[in-house]
Design a protein around this ligand. Sequence first.
Ligand code: CTP
Ligand code: CA
Length: 229
Amino acid sequence: VLSAVVQKDYTGRRVLVTAGGTREPIDPVRFIGNRSSGKQGVAIAAAAAARGAHVTLIGANLEVPVAASMEVLRVGSAQELAEATLRAAKDADLVIMAAAVADYRPATVVEEKIAKESQGDRLTLELVRNPDILATLGERRADSQVIVGFAAETEPDDERLRERARAKLARKGCDFLVVNRVGWSEGFGTDDNTVAMLDKGGDIVLETSGTKSSVADRILDILQFQNST
Ligand code: CTP
Ligand code: CA
């Protein structure tokens, strides 16, 4: 109701947002993916741009359109996302890691399409760990850079969910973690979202529910008070 006037409170800030879900190739026609549509990340990028920021969006297999108000880099796999993100982060005051990154990828990518005749009734895929982009950003950052992680969790119990979030925040060395609960039907591809945002100390600094666009603005309201000097 009160959003008719957009405040340009992000003018001069350089914001990097990653969004979408990575795809890890198995062979030329198949991949291991996840259900992230990229909607929440794209909404954050759009909101930051509307508030005056210079925005770079790194999109992994986005299922939503992106406005022309930002610079967009498209990637497919976690390794491509890692490369693009670590490069672009050097010029960012604020990094928001909303992308759903595959934890594992096939150990080898088969050059030819896998055919059943070569496999029989069972097929075993060997997977290896992908690099942790967020943890690497945390290690490499300049003092002034603010880094925000996202965690999609399926834990049904509120207290246990918060405990998981606190542990993850400590492990990743980021400044904030935005947590949302996902399930078979919740969270992915929908227009609405419910999130909690925790700071470094594990305190909840925001709990909000609404359209992904309004959730984006509430998250940016909190980050607006983080000085990056
Ligand atoms: N992330 C990342 N690189 C990875 C995996 C995750 O940068 N290889 C980032 C995500 O973009 C997200 C944050 O880390 O911002 C948390 O992701 P999540 O999957 O919840 O964390 P994990 O450490 O992978 O923990 P889990 O074992 O619960 O999946
Ligand atoms: Ca993970």
